[in-house]
Write a protein that binds this ligand. Structure first.
Ligand SMILES: [Zn+2]
Length: 397
């Protein structure tokens, strides 16, 4: 059964802040002119101002400056395609989409062009239509992790599935275009349907196919995720998505720890409100596999906008990790699998960076002085992130 409550009054949707750490000028200077964030930020600014030529040239420059394999590349490639589409440069637009598809970092991101009015002029373009068809015909990669669990990649985010006598429990869904590819991937390991779907948070790259799977699956998510799914959202700025349909909404809303028993093992569900207010972690206790969602993103500090009390969040995360098998496999939202020591290292670096910036802010230091004092010790975007956290009160804390 699905809840059918409406999303309530219309409000400005929250921006999707997964991967791009925008930089104040002082921190952009700190990372050097060759860094891709500088042209990327210039491109974003030009887009807001309606300066399409600068939007296009800056996003192209950001793509040029980015190292291969970087998670942010498809974002910049998508923007470069989008800017060129708005300028009527059809072949340049499809060239960037094709590049994002071929590099395979998050290939399905190109399917956004199907919903994005910026690409209206390309709807009848053969090359564009061919790319959109590729996106829906894609095959995901299924790899065994441990015990009953598999990691499924290519859907837009890391999915973890437990497959066994009770059926399939899936953590996250990827984009909406991933629906049929997910079904094919699960059939390849013997699962005919998803019986339980756990959502780590409400962002489109994690819940996009929930509506299609939710007709059969019982959906479990945090109450804050359920609330967010009832509201409009923006995944790529300029492309607003309506509230999720009833079939996508959680059947069971959690506000604290719980344990599900599925396929003969306990699955611990633990809130980790790091990246949004509603993040959940799922730990398959016998398989010793942890899905941390976007609470763990390799390139970012451990804690990202959404948590009210960063110190308490990190302490709670420590205690949670202490309860797990020391040899557990850790799957974050978008990176290759890793282990607990990598997560602990990231927590330690996050604490050190946070403490250094907090101390400097409390000591009255300026942004420029903090950049100088922390150079070589912490990535400039982390310093910028914590600087904003401690100097700008309000949402995001
Ligand atoms: Zn994500």
């Amino acid at each position: 059964m699905k809840r059918t409550t409406s999303g309530g009054g219309r409000r400005r949707p929250a921006l999707h802040l997964v991967l791009v750490l925008a930089l104040p000028a002082a921190f952009a200077a700190g990372v050097g002119q060759a860094d891709w964030r500088v042209p990327f930020a210039r491109g974003e600014q030009a887009r807001r101002e309606g300066d399409l030529e600068t939007y296009a040239s800056s996003m192209s420059a950001a793509v040029e400056a980015m190292p291969g394999g970087l998670l942010n590349r498809p974002f910049a490639q998508y923007h470069a395609a989008r800017a060129n589409a708005l300028l009527g440069r059809r072949s340049e637009a499809t060239r960037y989409l094709r590049m994002a598809w071929d590099e395979g970092i998050e290939s399905l991101m190109i399917s956004w062009a199907d919903h994005d009015p910026a690409f209206d002029a390309l709807r009848d373009d053969g090359a564009f239509r061919g790319l959109m068809a590729l996106a829906s015909a894609t095959d995901l990669v299924v790899e065994p992790l441990a015990g009953s669990t598999y990691r499924i990649t290519g859907a837009g985010a890391n999915l973890v599935a437990s497959v066994g006598p009770d059926g399939a429990l899936l953590v996250d869904t990827g984009y909406g275009t991933a629906l049929e590819p997910i079904r094919r991937a699960l059939r390849s390991v013997g699962a005919e349907a998803v019986d339980v779907l756990v959502l780590t948070h409400a962002h489109e790259d994690h819940v996009g196919s929930a509506a299609g799977l939710g007709d059969h699956a019982v959906i479990v998510a945090h109450g804050a995720t359920a609330k967010a799914m009832g509201e409009p959202s923006v995944f790529i700025e300029g492309v607003e998505l309506p509230p999720k349909p009833a079939s996508a909404r959680p059947d069971i809303e959690l506000l604290g720890d719980t344990v599900l028993r599925f396929n003969g093992e306990d699955v611990w569900i633990h809130p980790v409100p790091a990246h949004t207010e509603g993040d959940l972690a799922a730990y398959f206790a016998s398989s010793a596999v942890l899905h941390l969602g976007d609470a763990y993103l390799g390139a970012n500090p451990m804690m990202f906008p959404g948590t009210a009390d960063p110190d308490r969040f990190l302490d709670d995360l420590d205690r949670f990790l202490d309860r797990l098998d020391p040899g557990a496999i850790v799957v974050g939202g978008h990176d290759p699998p890793t282990d607990l020591s990598a997560v602990r290292l990231q927590i330690a670096e996050t604490r050190a960076c946070m403490d250094a910036v907090r101390g400097a802010v409390e000591g009255g230091k300026t942004a420029e002085q903090i950049v100088e004092a922390t150079e070589g010790r912490f990535p400039a975007p982390w310093v910028g992130f914590f600087y904003r956290l401690f100097t700008q009160p309000g949402p995001g804390r």
